[in-house]
Design a protein around this ligand. Sequence first.
Ligand code: HEM
Ligand code: HEM
Ligand SMILES: [Fe+2]
Length: 479
Amino acid sequence: MLTSIKTNSLTTESQKLGMMYYRVAIILFGAQLLMGLIAAIQFLVPGFLFELFDFSVARMVHINALVVWMLYAMIGSTYMMLTEETGHEGVGIGLGKLGFWVLTAAVTVVVLVYIFVQVGPGKESTLWLINEGREYIEAPRWADIGIVVVVLIFYFNVFATYIKGEKTGIMTVMVANLLALAGLYLAGMFYTDNISMDQFWWWWVIHLWVEATWEVFVGTLAAFALIRLIGAKREIVEMWLWIEVLMLFGSGVLGMGHHYFWIGTPEYWWEIGALFSALEPVPLIAMFVHVLYDWGKEQGIAQGKGESGSVITNGPAMAWIVTNAFGNFLGAGIWGFFHTLPQVNIYTHGTQFTAAHGHLAFFGAYATILIGMMYYGLQKAYNVKVLKATFKSKMGIFLVTFGVLGMTIALTIAGYEQVMIERGEMGATWNAFFTAQNLPWYIQAQMWRAIMGVVTFVGFIYLVWDLLTIGKNAQEAEA
Ligand code: HEM
Ligand code: HEM
Ligand SMILES: [Fe+2]
């Protein structure tokens, strides 16, 4: 099985490096899910691993692993498409490989510190060595600086290759967007002892990542994938991409106001946040329509020419990308819109409803398409013309998606109960919080979340099993 993850059929150094990033990404994804399961059990059995591995620690590792595996998979996908888009071998990839090892060593140390040291005293040294305490991006400062250096190398690889190669619309968006994406990380690095100011800037990273720059990144991946997987026309795909960029930034940037309702920022954010964030689902609908439209169109053209069979050259990748079109729209667009107006958010803020949205959005908008890109990488690594979905691919995508949808529904019910009891009826007091946490609707919902978490994890095992075997089997079948 291990020989099957070798990448020696890849013809470019850039793609080999992309594959290295993918491997670490999938390992961290597994770690994320295990931590989620521990945290989910702790909702049901609060004493589970108490003082050994507390909920706060499991949750922290869960969501930090989430962000890091996604960044790894994003960097991997960029290296994967870089040479194909520019028609030029990646520039400075040797340095890029060094960066990969430095980053991976740093991530390993940070994770070990999270797991074994966990927390430190409220002193400067903790910020530098253990944990910065900013949800999702908790890496201590020494690692922050290392991350910046490695990302600069990565950006140099991308930018220099772009300058030397062909400048497609997709690559132009990619290069400009990556600069914004990487630059925003800096907003989460400096220290202030004012919690409002800290949150104000922290949202620049979190919100402007997931609701602006990461979405545009997904737009570029989908554009690239549609050209490669179903032969969509570049002119059309790139035109859509520019419109998406306009709409995503047009709504997403000021949409940030939906996090400035209750943290001590001026009240004009109520109106700004309500208006612009309410527009955020629009580009997500557009992206959804775009993927399905192009697929239908290319299939129709092929049928018109009398060709039988599917136009799809990579079944599992396309399945994950179509899941992305649905998931992005549902998780970010619909579940996001639910609680984005201040009139609603005053009741739902910080309940399990937020967690429901967080799960479906991160999964639907990002996990899906990044997994799709991994399948694309495998097709290249094994140099197979058509990669067909196997039983394991189908089990993987079905169980993972079903599991996450199940968790989302369970958490939505828990959130609804909190809104009714804790916020609506009992007025958001301390006592109200505990009353709501102990009622059957809440407990049963948490139980279902744990069950659906296990389903997700089983799906993940199928997924990894498939990723390890599909390429070699397809290659043998083709030969
Ligand atoms: C893929 C895109 C998105 C992702 C990954 C995402 C993820 C998240 C996550 C993880 C949180 C919780 C943050 C925390 O820990 O405090 C959150 C909060 C929130 N999201 Fe999203 N989101 C996305 C898009 C959207 C969109 C498009 C909308 C609105 C239309 C939206 C509305 C909100 C609101 C209002 C909150 C605050 C919830 C609260 O007050 O508790 N999100 N989002
Ligand atoms: C085995 C499956 C999983 C389980 C059991 C699980 C469980 C959990 C738990 C218990 C929390 C803490 C919630 C809280 O603080 O109230 C959490 C948070 C979170 N998880 Fe998961 N999770 C799983 C998979 C995932 C996946 C696949 C994603 C996204 C791709 C994800 C994204 C998140 C996010 C964004 C948060 C923070 C939500 C917020 O603050 O609102 N999780 N998860
Ligand atoms: Fe947001």
